[in-house]
Design a protein around this ligand. Sequence first.
Ligand SMILES: NC(=O)C1=CN([C@@H]2O[C@H](COP(=O)(O)OP(=O)(O)OC[C@H]3O[C@@H](n4cnc5c(N)ncnc54)[C@H](OP(=O)(O)O)[C@@H]3O)[C@@H](O)[C@H]2O)C=CC1
Ligand SMILES: O=C(O)[C@@H]1CCC=N1
Length: 280
Amino acid sequence: MLKQRVAFLGAGNMAEAMISGIVESGKLAPEQIIVTNRSNQERLNDMKVKYGIEAIKKDELNFEQIDVFILAMKPKDIDTVMEDLKDRLRPEQVLISVLAGISTAYMEEKLNDGQQVIRVMPNTSSMLRESATAISPGHHVSMDQVVFTKELMNCIGEAYIIEESQMDIFTGIAGSGPAYFYNLMEHIEQAGVEGGMDREMARKIGAQTILGAATMMLEREETPTQLRKNVTSPNGTTAAGLDALDEHGGGEAIAEAVKGAASRSKEMREELEKVFAEQK
Ligand SMILES: NC(=O)C1=CN([C@@H]2O[C@H](COP(=O)(O)OP(=O)(O)OC[C@H]3O[C@@H](n4cnc5c(N)ncnc54)[C@H](OP(=O)(O)O)[C@@H]3O)[C@@H](O)[C@H]2O)C=CC1
Ligand SMILES: O=C(O)[C@@H]1CCC=N1
């Protein structure tokens, strides 16, 4: 059991996915979690009922009671939130940001000297405690806080400490990644329907197939290339399927998706750094 009291600034999809996973893990009791937003009261009521946590407007938050703030609003709101937090934070309080494209250096510059800031990149599979989550500590973070953050992120799946320079590509693979597979599934499901199958059934078997392949890659020694070869009989159905996939962009299209998301993450960071430099 962790002892810290954690406040989420933001009550959207990502905050809910993390809260759901953390509560399910039992590592934090619901009484240790507060979720806040700007104005959507209905959303707060819903979160309160679903998870048994405190859910309040951001202006009602008592900073004194909080050990860890998890920033879970949109990246565009960063400056407003930094201004709000700057003179209210104590040095021992930690900020964990899930915001895509916002560097620890950017946040550190906006806060008082020495403030502890950690950047993480989870994904929505946090809800089922199956996220792949990156952690990059800022310049002033104590080892105790890194250990705490790793433990907290392990509540929602597998957590990896990475160099912040790899955060863009990590976001491209794992932060945005679930969407590529959902998109793939939309197409598999449709092909199933066009082949005469019931939609629900096509979805279930498609998802089970993705799950089986992912589990093979995690639990077996073989590379994805070897595993692919194991499925592919000469002149068989898989070879025909892979040829059609290649003809339509195939795996390369997914690689481009990863690169496109990573490049947007970098671009978002550069846009903000430019604004910040102009303000200096
Ligand atoms: N969705 C995903 O898969 C992932 C998202 N992320 C990151 O997570 C963050 C949130 O994304 P997502 O959950 O999809 O966004 P949503 O739009 O679903 O939620 C944003 C939330 O932030 C709240 N908010 C806005 N300003 C403030 C503030 N000043 N103080 C407190 N709360 C505030 C909003 O409240 P209100 O509605 O009242 O305005 C809303 O609850 C983003 O920065 C994104 O980069 C990271 C990894 C994956
Ligand atoms: O689309 C986004 O910007 C966020 C960050 C990673 C996943 N969703």
